[in-house]
Design a protein around this ligand. Structure first.
Ligand code: AMP
Ligand code: ZN
Length: 113
């Protein structure tokens, strides 16, 4: 049975995505609605709903998501970038499979809107 989760379905190849990186634990792909010249998402293959849902056993996995995000940013010419995880609907989360946004290629303002 296919997963109801959009990002699990991308990992499984049921929904196409522009893949940037994949290993046993992590998957990265370009955001379908980029908010910067370079905007991609890094996700754990394991389904976790968001940063609020991971436990101590997931710490290494989430660390890897962040490390891979920063490495891919450098490889794609945006070493200086914004790395963001939205946690919950009020924070702007719309897909409830943990993901790290990596955005770069334009000046970023702070605080975010
Ligand atoms: P968030 O609002 O933090 O949950 O981010 C979800 C992100 O997923 C948004 O930036 C969307 O543009 C992106 N997104 C939604 N569907 C797809 C898809 N099929 N392929 C790539 N990115 C997607
Ligand atoms: Zn999922």
């Amino acid at each position: 049975m296919s997963s109801p989760c959009l990002f699990c379905r991308i990992v499984n190849g049921e929904i196409p995505a522009k893949k940037l990186y994949e290993d046993d634990d992590v998957f990265a792909f370009w955001d379908i609605s980029p908010q910067a010249p370079k905007h991609f998402l890094v996700i754990p293959k394991k389904h976790l709903t968001g940063p609020g849902a991971f436990s101590a056993e997931d710490e290494a996995l989430i660390g890897k998501v962040v490390r891979i995000g920063a490495e891919l940013a450098k490889e794609n010419g945006v070493e200086q970038c914004r790395l963001v995880m939205n946690n919950g609907a009020d924070a702007g989360q719309t897909v409830f499979h943990l993901h790290l946004h990596v955005l770069g290629g334009r000046p970023m303002s702070w605080p975010p809107g």
